[in-house]
Ligand binder design. Structure first.
Ligand code: PLP
Length: 377
C-alpha cells in the first residue's frame, strides 16, 4: 500500500480466483443455497478437524438467535453475557424472550471476569455466552467448568475468532455451540454470513430446520412444517466467497499476528497507549484495540480520531459498553456497574489491521499517533 493512501481500520481481501468464482455462480442458474453452501460447510468442517457439524447462516446474529432457540432458552431464562461485546450478543438473548445478565470484563484481555460470571448464576441461569473478542480466546476452561457445575449451555460468540486457537485447538473444533461471523470485516468473509458448530447430527438437523421455515422435505417431494421458524439460509454467491477465503485464512491470520506484534514492539513502553493483552500464538488478531492515552495529552477521543483521520488513518470504536445503551438502561442496567467495560467503551480506538497492510503501515500509524497526541492545537 502506498504511503499516501488512506489507511482504513480494516478492509476485506478478495482474490481474483474468488471474484471469478462468484461470476461463475451468478452465471450458473443456481444462486441461492445449493452446491456452494454444501461445499463451504464441508470446507469449514474440515478446517475444524472434521469431527463437528457445521451449518451456515445468513449472519451470526441469526445463527446465535436460533442456537438459543435450539438450546430451549426463552421466557424466564437468564443468560450470562459480557458487558463489553457487540450489541448482537445480548440482543439475541432478548429476542428469544430471555434476560441477558451482564458481567464485567478484564481491561486488557476483554474476556468475561469469571468470578463475576460465577456470582451471576441464579436458579434461572440457563446459558453462558463467552465472547472471543478481538480474536483472543476467552478462558474456556473456566467457562466450561462453570457450565458443568450448573448444567448451563455454552454458546460461544466466536464471531471474531475463526482460526483462533485455545490451548492449541481451533475454536469451534470442540465445545458446546460455537457461532462464527463472516461479516465483511471479519477474518474470513462471505460479505454477510455466519456458521454454527455443534457436536451432534441431531442438533445440526434442528439448525437446518430453524434456518429454513421449519421445513423438513420428504422423499416424495412433499414437505412438513414442524415449527414456525424464520429464514436464515446463506446464498451460494456468499458461500463461494467463503470457499475462496478459507484457502487464505491461516495466511491472513499469520499476517494479522505479524502486524499486531509490530504494534506491540512500537508501543511497548505504553507512553502513548494502554495495550490490549498480547495472548499467545493462537490469537487471530481480528482487531487491535488499545486505549490511547489522549487524556494525558489534554485531548478527548474524538479529537484524536479526527487528527488521525487528517493524517490519512481511519480508527474505529469497538465497542461501547452495553449498559450505556438506552435499551439496556431501560432493562435496569446503570452507569458505573461495569467499570472495565465502560472504560474500554469510552477510551478504546481500533487501529488499522488487515492482511494487505504492510509492517511499514504500522510504523506510519504509530508515528502519526505520537504526532497527533503531542501536536499543539
Ligand atoms: C460481528 C459480530 C457479531 C454479529 O455478526 P453478524 O454476522 O454481523 O451478524 C456478533 N458478535 C460479535 C462479537 C461480532 O463481532
Amino acid at each position: 500500500m502506498n504511503d499516501k493512501a488512506y489507511l482504513p481500520f480494516t478492509r476485506p481481501t478478495l482474490d481474483e480466483e474468488t471474484i471469478q468464482g462468484v461470476a461463475d455462480v451468478l452465471r450458473s442458474g443456481w444462486i441461492t443455497s445449493g452446491p456452494m453452501v454444501e461445499q463451504f460447510e464441508k470446507g469449514l468442517s474440515e478446517y475444524l478437524g472434521g469431527k463437528r457439524f457445521l451449518r451456515t447462516y445468513l449472519h451470526a446474529t441469526g445463527a446465535m438467535e436460533e442456537a438459543l432457540v435450539m438450546a430451549g432458552i426463552g421466557a424466564g431464562d437468564e443468560v450470562i453475557v459480557p458487558a463489553m461485546t457487540f450489541a448482537a450478543t445480548a440482543n439475541v438473548v432478548v429476542r428469544v424472550g430471555a434476560k441477558p445478565v451482564l458481567v464485567d470484563v478484564d481491561l486488557r484481555s476483554r474476556a468475561m471476569l469469571m468470578d463475576q460470571a460465577a456470582a451471576a448464576v441464579t436458579p434461572r441461569t440457563r446459558a453462558i455466552m463467552p465472547v472471543h473478542l478481538n480474536g483472543m480466546a476467552a478462558d474456556l476452561d473456566a467457562v466450561y467448568a462453570l457450565a458443568k457445575k450448573h448444567k448451563l449451555r455454552v454458546i460461544e460468540d466466536a464471531a471474531q475468532a475463526i482460526g483462533t486457537e485455545y490451548r492449541g485447538r481451533r475454536i469451534g473444533s470442540f465445545g458446546d455451540i460455537v457461532v462464527f461471523s463472516f461479516h465483511a470485516n471479519k477474518n474470513l468473509t462471505t460479505i454477510e454470513g455466519g456458521a454454527v458448530s455443534v457436536a451432534t447430527a441431531e442438533e445440526a438437523k434442528r439448525l437446518e430446520i430453524l434456518r429454513f421455515h421449519g421445513i423438513t422435505k420428504h422423499p416424495d417431494g412433499t414437505m412438513d412444517v414442524s415449527e414456525a421458524a424464520s429464514k436464515h439460509n446463506m446464498t451460494d454467491v456468499a458461500a463461494r466467497v467463503g470457499i475462496g477465503q478459507l484457502k487464505h485464512l491461516d495466511g491472513f491470520n499469520r499476517k494479522r499476528r505479524e502486524l499486531a506484534y509490530r504494534y506491540f514492539e512500537l508501543l511497548a513502553d505504553e507512553s502513548l497507549a494502554l495495550l490490549p493483552a498480547k495472548g499467545d500464538a493462537g490469537h487471530s488478531w481480528h482487531m487491535f484495540t488499545p486505549l490511547p492515552l489522549y487524556m494525558k495529552y489534554g485531548l478527548d477521543r474524538n479529537t484524536l480520531k479526527q487528527r488521525m483521520h487528517a493524517q490519512g488513518i481511519g480508527l474505529g470504536i469497538h465497542y461501547q459498553a452495553l449498559n450505556q445503551f438506552s435499551f439496556y438502561k431501560k432493562m435496569g442496567y446503570k452507569e458505573g456497574q461495569f467499570p472495565n467495560a465502560e472504560r474500554i467503551g469510552s477510551e478504546t480506538l481500533t487501529f488499522p489491521l488487515f492482511p494487505t497492510m504492510q509492517l511499514s503501515d504500522v510504523d506510519r500509524v504509530c508515528t502519526a499517533l505520537k504526532h497527533c497526541l503531542t501536536q499543539k492545537a
